[in-house]
Design a protein around this ligand. Structure first.
Ligand SMILES: [Zn+2]
Length: 173
């Protein structure tokens, strides 16, 4: 005849131990798996937010140009860790070495401000230029010039184009 208290103790242990103990233990496999999922989700969320912010800005401020040729799926969100800058950004490939880069610049005075930059290769092939776009008229003017030069910025005579390589510019697609 088994001792009733012993039976009860064993039942409680069998039921509760697998479910409770791993969660309470920070070093357990489950706790470590939860930590991995949490980090991955945060990064995915930042990328999603960056893509939505870029598509939203282009749709609103460049509706007659960029908004017609770029959809939300054309933006690739990325997390910036350079110089401890935490804001995410998004890039959209246009052609060859031409990209758009969008980020929200956060400042105490202005709050969040959209910063849209066109990244275009130098004609010499060794560098890129960052051209910050102010508005759609500004973009049209820049596009007119780039169309004449085949999408490349003429190499400046008095400057080194390689020194302005954008750290965000993807090198391939
Ligand atoms: Zn150059």
């Amino acid at each position: 005849m088994p001792d009733p208290r012993h039976t009860k103790e064993r039942l409680v242990t069998d039921i509760l131990e697998p479910a409770v103990v791993p969660v309470l233990d920070d070093a357990s496999p489950l706790a470590r798996l939860f930590a991995m999922v949490g980090d991955a989700y945060t990064e995915a969320e930042q990328r999603d937010d960056a893509e939505v912010a870029a598509a939203h800005h282009v749709y609103n401020a460049y509706g007659a140009t960029l908004g017609l040729v770029l959809g939300g799926e054309d933006w690739a969100g990325q997390i910036s860790v350079k110089d401890n800058r935490l804001e995410a950004s998004a890039v959209a490939w246009l052609e060859g070495g031409l990209w758009l880069h969008h980020a929200l610049a956060i400042s105490e005075d202005d709050g969040a401000r959209d910063v849209l930059t066109l990244i275009a290769p130098c004609a010499c092939g060794s560098g890129y230029f960052d051209i910050q776009l102010e508005n759609e008229e500004d973009l049209l003017e820049i596009l007119t010039g780039l169309r004449r030069t085949g999408g490349r910025v003429p190499h400046p005579y008095d400057d080194d184009c390689g020194s302005v390589l954008d750290p965000h510019a993807p090198t391939q697609k």
